[in-house]
Design a protein around this ligand. Structure first.
Ligand SMILES: [Zn+2]
Length: 299
């Protein structure tokens, strides 16, 4: 293991880190591990797993990343895995109309979300480093950029709604990343983002088997509400959290029993009513497995 971390925290500038976890860390699909140390910043509470790649940018531009997580870097494979998630996300955008708006999806991969929103929007902007997706995104009528910087040339201050689902945990510097998104937003625009919640109840109850699953080599950063708010504030945005529990009580029980993931496939062990109570309880206690946030340019 590394005996110390001498990096400066991008969120709070602290150099005071303590080892939060040392041991096997998920490497791509479930079942493969490589030992690592996750460090927690004593200043703001963000946790960091120093990435093995020297350039994360090059990693996400190539097909290597999708292959490392057991997917194929082509649009059809992406649609088959992710199309059905889009309507779940749409509930966060209740009260937000896309009609006549400029929307941007940062880290959109195959662009399933943009396909759903495009019919109403004035413009749909796809920001995605993975080049394998570009031709198909262009063919479906989206405006495609490989980075926030290249999108900003045309779209700085012009985006009404930006979405960024399960991406911020992957980037080299989350503050630089949020600042890049902030640059695109109109003064009354909004960013909706999501990331795994570092207060996930299973980290508390299951212990090390779940930790070695939760921490992943493809995720250098782990956030809770407080450090995401600090990062947003640093970029001139307010932050409003929204907790979402995706996995059922049966999944939780299976983790405690078997120490491994069994997914959401099994029936709710105690019925759907209990499962709804289970999920809303975790969400109310801020211990759900996922954390969404609404970031808005500060007045
Ligand atoms: Zn910090």
């Amino acid at each position: 293991m590394q005996s110390a971390m001498n990096q400066t925290c991008p969120i709070c500038n602290s150099t005071d880190w303590k080892a939060e976890y040392e041991g096997p860390v998920r490497d791509g699909v479930f079942g493969k591990y490589d030992d690592g140390t996750v460090w927690k910043c004593n200043g703001c509470g963000v946790s960091h797993l120093p990435p093995r790649q020297t350039s994360l940018e090059a990693y996400y531009q190539s097909d290597e990343y999708r292959e490392d997580v057991g997917e194929q870097a082509d649009p059809q494979d992406y649609f088959s895995r992710h199309d059905d998630e889009q309507f779940d996300k749409a509930r966060f955008l209740k009260g937000t109309s896309f009609r006549g708006k400029v929307i941007a999806d940062i880290g959109c991969a195959g662009g399933s979300f943009l396909d759903v929103a495009k019919g109403l929007a004035e413009a749909s902007i796809a920001i995605e480093p993975g080049k394998s997706y570009h031709a198909s995104l262009i063919e479906r009528g989206h405006l495609v950029y490989g980075s926030l910087e290249s999108a900003a040339v045309e779209w700085a201050g012009k985006v009404d709604v930006a979405v960024c689902f399960s991406v911020i945990e992957h980037v080299a510097d989350p503050v630089e990343f949020l600042a890049g998104i902030r640059r695109l937003l109109k003064s009354d625009g909004v960013l909706v983002l999501s990331t795994p919640n570092h207060r996930d109840a299973l980290l508390e109850f299951s212990g090390d088997p779940y930790r070695s699953f939760f921490y992943r080599w493809v995720h250098p950063w782990y956030f809770d509400e407080d450090c995401l708010r600090s990062a947003s504030t640093k970029c001139g945005m307010t932050f409003e959290p929204h907790y979402v529990q995706r996995f059922s009580f049966a999944n939780f029980a299976a983790w405690l029993r078997e120490g491994k993931p069994t997914g959401n496939g099994h029936d709710a062990a105690l019925g759907p009513v209990f499962d709804d109570v289970w999920k809303s309880t975790l969400e109310a206690q801020k211990k759900s497995d996922y954390l969404y946030g609404f970031c808005r340019p500060a007045a």
